[in-house]
Design a binder for this molecule. Structure first.
Ligand SMILES: CC(C)(COP(=O)(O)OP(=O)(O)OC[C@H]1O[C@@H](n2cnc3c(N)ncnc32)[C@H](O)[C@@H]1OP(=O)(O)O)[C@@H](O)C(=O)NCCC(=O)NCCS
Length: 445
């Protein structure tokens, strides 16, 4: 039995860059047939962004477009519109993330698509919610992060580096794609009952803000009492009117910090300085007692400055300084090993290289190797981030630009002659470049 959850679901994928493609790739991994529409001769912009070889698609593209089909199609030509119309009439989901207004200009906004195929679910990604004053802005990752409270609360809170800072995680891009995926799957369930497709609008802003929910918790608390106990500013520093950048504060009620360790052999160089570990002191008395045993700090158990969570919050400078000294002569792995025996929440700061060379993570989903063939060979990507007890995604290669055009057009009923004509008129292949004017003849001597 084929247990692929989206088996039989057809997706017309009019997305590019990262946000939209991350969503449609997930749909493909869940078993949907995904047809990626790409501009003839140009394709998804990421094909040629950050390439390791000028003749090959970049890892950026490869990591976001596995298991899709590629149809080279100029949706601005009359025949391009005809092809797209036919595809929409037989698809279950249409997804796009062009700049605001572009899809309507092409004639394939929600209203038009809904009229063509009322069962079709329409997923769209834009930078901002429709109610926002910024709704017409184009958006990339940092735009989402700076406008959704992520950047203003990330980074250092004092000194020269007190600058709003981006997270390395793609909160605005892939996170938005995952949020849209939730909306589309919900819409598919809804369609079971209503028989009709709906419009799923997902902004990068909302996806990012959804992950900044606790910052709104902090703002309300700050507005009420003027301080936040989990921040280094408490109890002796100053708070302004806004939630500060959190540095390495854990962010909830537990006391966490990043501590510098002895470099681990061959891993933590001056340039790759990841010799740090994150250690958390939980609030409960039993957890704290265990932690004290792990550190050998039993004196804290009877000291009123440290033996309750509230007291530790008030003396967090001293707590952090003592743990920092304890970590300094151990590697991040040694700290992790020692403290984990005492049930202390702890984790080494791992570089991307360490993660990618950890063979235990090649478990079929966490990290996966895809064989693209040709000069590219094998590449690594992050697989479907959840597992299902009765379904295992398979991870196949990415399409070449327009690699499935003939197959798709034939399935739509276009003859070989019609397909040749569409290639020649710029609908499915780039128009030939006009010939360069001949260089003027050299003057006779
Ligand atoms: C990412 C973004 C900033 C790029 O903007 P952009 O450079 O203008 O690129 P777009 O792909 O949106 O559109 C460029 C043009 O190509 C056209 N185009 C794209 N695919 C096409 C196709 N297959 N056939 C014909 N035209 C096509 C669009 O219609 C648009 O034409 P227009 O400028 O005449 O309206 C913008 O698409 C955006 O803000 N998207 C929403 C948020 C988002 O998803 N951001 C990306 C995060 S990874």
């Amino acid at each position: 039995m084929n247990t692929a959850p989206l088996q039989g679901i057809k997706v017309v994928d009019f997305t590019e860059v990262q946000s939209g493609p991350s969503c449609t790739q997930m749909l493909a991994w869940l078993g949907a047939e995904v047809i990626k529409i790409e501009r003839p001769g140009v394709g998804d912009a990421t094909r040629k962004e950050l390439q390791f070889d000028p003749n090959e698609p970049s890892y950026y593209f490869l990591q976001l477009n596995s298991d899709k089909k590629s149809l080279a199609l100029n949706a601005k030509t009359p025949q391009g519109k005809d092809i797209l119309t036919k595809l929409i009439k037989e698809c279950d989901i249409f997804v796009e993330n062009l700049h605001p207004g572009a899809m309507e200009k092409l004639g394939f906004g929600w209203d038009a698509v809904h009229q063509l195929n009322p069962r079709c679910i329409y997923g769209t990604i834009k930078g901002f919610p429709e109610s926002s004053k910024y709704k017409d802005l184009k958006a990339y990752e940092p735009v989402a992060q700076v406008t959704a409270g992520a950047a203003s609360t990330t980074g250092w809170f004092s000194g020269d580096y007190n600058i709003p800072t981006q997270s390395g995680a793609a909160l605005g891009d892939s996170n938005t794609g995952m949020h849209l995926t939730i909306g589309l799957l919900a819409a598919l369930c809804q369609r079971e009952k209503t028989g009709e497709g709906c419009y799923v609008y997902q902004s990068m802003h909302n996806a990012c803000l959804n992950l900044c929910r606790i910052k709104t918790r902090d703002q309300m608390t700050l507005d009420r009492i003027g301080y936040l106990t989990q921040f280094p500013q408490y109890p002796n520093g100053k708070f302004g009117d806004c939630v500060p950048r959190s540095g390495n504060t854990e962010g909830s009620g537990v006391l966490g910090w990043t501590y510098k360790c002895k470099p681990a052999d061959g891993l933590d160089s001056e340039l790759d300085a990841n010799n740090y570990v994150y250690v958390i002191l939980q609030r409960g008395a039993k957890d704290f007692e265990l932690a004290c045993q792990g550190f050998g700090f039993q004196d804290w158990l009877t000291n009123p400055d440290f033996n309750t969570a509230d007291a530790r919050d008030k003396h967090k400078d001293q707590v952090i300084a003592r743990i920092a000294a304890w970590c300094a002569d151990k590697t991040k792995y040694e700290v992790t090993e020692i403290l984990s025996k005492y049930a202390v929440p702890v984790g080494p700061v791992l570089s991307t290289k360490e993660i990618m060379t950890d063979e235990t993570l090649y478990d079929g989903n966490t990290l996966v190797k895809i064989n693209q063939g040709g000069n590219i060979g094998e590449f690594v990507t992050v697989g479907c981030p959840f597992t299902m007890s009765n379904y295992q995604p398979t991870y196949g290669p990415c399409p070449t630009l327009g690699g499935n055009t003939e197959e798709i057009l034939t399935s739509l009923g276009y003859t070989a002659d019609e397909q040749a004509a569409m290639k020649a008129n710029g609908t499915t292949a780039p128009l030939p470049k006009p010939a360069e004017p001949a260089a003027p003849a050299a003057p006779a001597k």
